[in-house]
Design a protein around this ligand. Structure first.
Ligand code: HPA
Length: 273
């Protein structure tokens, strides 16, 4: 088994061999945003399973693909589909694509996800720009020997969600008259949704939304000196219906209803980022 440094160089070399584009911006698309991949110009599509060391989803038909191409005149690399810690991957496998993006030359990263709303002013279908995060996954992708070629041993997380990008996303939303929230995202490992006491606790400690992804990737990219912008699609609001259990189907349904607006927003953001 190669170490992560050799692995990511091997993966990047494989990608560079197929496609000579040098992406400047990376996008990690969460639940329901896959269609964005179809809009990419001059697209080169590489299935994850072909890339050395890349995690491929165990769920049939959800293997995922890396798409290199152009959008709004920008050179981008898109992860169409991601893997989660709850699927049984190591936390380093979850963030491996971020390390490969760094190797490809990516300096800016946009991450999207579906999340549960904890802030009682939120409504299902709202979008939220992530202004900060809480890591409750119980582990960290930077545990283990530090790779100095990527970043320092003790990276600060105070600028993991630069205000400049939060404002850029807000302006982009305003320009298309899209109602958008800002807030703190709390990551849990999943795969279970919150107990009632858990969501009360999460709200109490300052979270506006909760989900099962994004924070590992943000930690890895911040460590790597990549500038992040993360946006959640609020698929459900905890206090909305306390007596009715949340289902995965509900989350997917709302995410797919929001998709056209979400894609429009990402397109607006790409113009200015
Ligand atoms: N909790 C955790 N993850 C989620 C939720 C939630 O309520 N909704 C969508 N993803």
């Amino acid at each position: 088994m190669l170490n992560w440094r050799e692995q990511r160089k091997k993966a990047a070399a494989y990608i560079n061999n197929i496609c000579q584009k040098r992406p400047e911006i990376g996008l990690i698309l969460g639940s329901g945003l896959g269609d964005f991949g179809r809009e990419i110009e001059e697209a080169v599509v590489i299935p994850y399973q072909d890339i050395p060391g890349f995690p491929t989803s165990t769920v049939k038909g959800h293997a995922g693909e890396l798409i290199l191409g152009k959008k709004q005149g920008k050179s981008i690399v898109v992860m169409n589909g991601r893997v989660h810690f709850y699927e049984g991957y190591s936390i380093q496998e979850v963030v491996f694509p971020v390390w490969v993006m760094k190797e490809l030359g990516v300096r800016k990263l946009i991450v999207t996800n579906a999340a549960g709303g904890l802030n009682p002013t939120f409504r299902p279908g709202d979008l939220m720009i992530i202004t900060d995060h809480l890591n409750f996954i119980g582990t960290n992708p930077l545990i283990g020997a530090n790779d100095q070629q990527i970043g320092p041993r003790f990276p600060a997380m105070t600028d993991a969600h630069p205000a400049e990008y939060v404002e850029l996303a807000k302006r982009a939303a305003d320009s298309i008259e899209l109602h958008i929230m800002k807030g703190v995202y709390l990551a849990i490992s999943g795969p279970v949704y919150e107990s009632t006491a858990m969501s009360k606790f999460q709200r109490l400690i300052g979270a506006d939304a909760v989900g099962m992804s994004t924070v590992p990737e943000i930690i890895a990219s911040t460590h790597a000196g990549i500038k992040n912008l993360a946006i959640s699609c609020i698929t459900d609001v905890v206090k909305d219906n306390p007596e009715q259990a949340l289902t995965h189907e509900e989350v997917i349904k709302v995410a797919s209803e929001v998709k056209p607006r979400f894609i429009k927003l990402v397109n607006e953001i790409l113009k200015d980022i």
